[in-house]
Write a protein that binds this ligand. Structure first.
Ligand code: DON
Length: 486
């Protein structure tokens, strides 16, 4: 449903990660259904400017089918039915989608995709009703026949054809061979909580757990929420984690997973000693262009919880769409790191080098926080490299300062771009000018970002008193997020 109604962010041509807590079994389960580089992919593909060069083998359907196989209560077809109905009878264009459509008019006005979002020849606007019959028919077929109908046969053949025309080496055997991977979560005990988050190929969980491991709750509380000292110290811890990511994190099938070493208490103690309130560190410069992604959190009164981040990477992924099946293909392989950039962090080609069969390093940080064995907070977000930085700030806002979910989402959140000692704030979430000046005195370069350029965080909080359970949910309104409790 999210892929149908938020195609700029995610969809069955993309992939994602889910963390699931099964309350009856008291078991945690992490599923990686991220896109994978085709067997014919290489450095030349990475460097190619062709529109399909960054298309990875989509993992979304394989991932959803695996989640369904383990926990589905209805048939796969019944689970697909609401999205099939919405595709056929129409759904309303959200404010966020209308904005995204206007950013890519050529994709909708000059291609067969126009029939979906520009049915009368002009771009759909907020609240317009649109249909997507091609995607509806694909969802129906995959619902009825299972993931094989997506990864083999007619749908797969069309994906290979449109990908090839756009310069991608994606082949029928890449699609047929795709499998989601179950992984062990990254977890850490912190101040009476247990924080469970995404391991490699995500680097998001590493940033979150490094930051928690560096500071105690009382140290953070004493600094005061969003004081200049607090922002600066968190940013410094995160810069260290970004450098660790660039040096060590890649697809664990190719790059040894060093997270437990990196998270060792002795190492983090040494890190803490290097961070000072009056100086800043600059991670070497590098850029990543990322704009898609959505996050979904679901919990229930029994204590089951799912934190799922799903993406096609950039807005509308690669912009390559298969007209018959309605599948819009991702550009996730843009998440590989260029050797030149890896060299700035001390070693090319680096752990996240472009290579066949690898899943590129991600920043997606689906996270569940437990107290006494039961979930108390589940969250995640969008925004590429900004995801873990934002998820960590919202998590601390809640766990250290006890603010409401809405207050935590509305509070200024900084980004630490790995381009220098920079702190960027959205113009609609600026700290006071006194805090900005104080940050500059510590050596931070304070920058303002247009408020379009957001990292949206969505979260659910669960409070238990005796047998009573109180749930709260909130989504970042700037990206059309909503919280629903019923
Ligand atoms: O996996 C990642 O970290 C990115 N490909 C996600 C892209 C993203 O979040 C863009 N967001 N607005």
């Amino acid at each position: 449903m999210l892929g149908l109604t938020a195609p700029a962010a995610c969809g069955i041509g993309g992939g994602g990660f889910s963390i699931v807590f099964d309350a009856s079994e008291k078991k945690l389960f992490v599923l990686d259904y991220r896109e994978q580089a085709p067997a014919g992919y290489n450095m030349a593909t990475f460097r190619s400017k062709q529109p399909g060069a960054a298309i990875g083998v989509p993992g979304e359907i394989a991932g959803l089918a695996e989640l369904h196989r383990r926990w589905g209560k209805k048939t796969f077809a019944e689970d697909m039915a609401p999205a099939v109905r919405a595709a056929e009878s129409g759904f309303s264009v959200t404010r966020h989608l209308a904005k995204m459509l206007a950013l890519k008019p050529d994709l909708f006005l000059k291609t067969p995709y126009g029939s979906v979002f520009a049915p009368q020849g002009s771009l759909a606007k907020e609240r317009d009703r649109v249909t997507n019959h091609a995607l509806g028919a694909t969802l129906q077929r995959v619902g009825a026949e299972g993931p094989k109908a997506f990864y083999e046969g007619r749908i797969a053949a069309e994906l290979v054809e449109v990908a090839a025309a756009a310069g991608s080496p994606l082949s029928a055997s890449d699609l047929k061979a795709y499998r989601p991977i179950s992984r062990e979560p990254l977890r850490a005990k912190w101040e009476g909580f247990e924080v469970v988050t995404m391991p490699p190929p995500s680097a998001g969980g590493l940033l979150l757990l490094e930051t928690l491991g560096i500071f105690s709750k009382s140290e953070l509380a004493a600094m005061g929420h969003n004081s200049a000292g607090y922002i600066h110290m968190l940013a410094e811890a995160m810069r260290g984690a970004i450098a660790d990511r660039m040096r060590t994190v890649g697809d664990p099938a190719f790059t040894p997973d060093k997270t437990s070493e990196l998270l060792s208490p002795e190492r983090l103690k040494a890190r803490r000693a290097r961070i000072g309130s009056e100086r800043t560190h600059a991670p070497p410069r590098f850029e990543l262009i990322e704009h898609g992604t959505s996050h979904l959190v679901v919990t229930d009164a029994k204590g089951n919880a799912v934190a799922m981040t799903t993406t096609v990477n950039s807005f509308f992924g690669s912009n390559v769409r298969a007209p018959q099946s309605g599948v819009l293909l991702n550009d996730e392989l843009a998440d590989f790191t260029e050797p030149e950039l890896a060299a700035l962090f001390g070693g090319a080609p680096g752990p996240n080098q472009p290579r066949a069969g690898a899943r590129p390093t991600s920043s997606m940080t689906p996270t569940i926080v437990f107290r006494d064995g039961l979930p108390v907070l589940a969250l995640g977000g969008s925004g590429g490299m900004r995801i873990p930085v934002n998820v960590t700030q919202v998590l601390l806002c809640r766990l250290v300062f006890g603010k409401t979910l809405e207050q935590c989402l509305a509070a200024p959140r900084f980004l630490t771009p790995p381009t220098g000692p920079i702190l960027s704030f959205n113009t609609d979430q600026l700290p006071s000018s006194a805090v900005q000046l104080d940050l500059m005195e510590r050596g931070e370069q304070v920058k303002w970002l247009s408020h379009e350029d957001v990292s949206a965080v969505h979260l659910v909080a669960i409070e238990r008193t005796g047998a009573s359970v109180r749930m709260q949910a909130a989504g970042d309104p700037r990206k059309g997020g909503v919280g629903l409790v019923r």
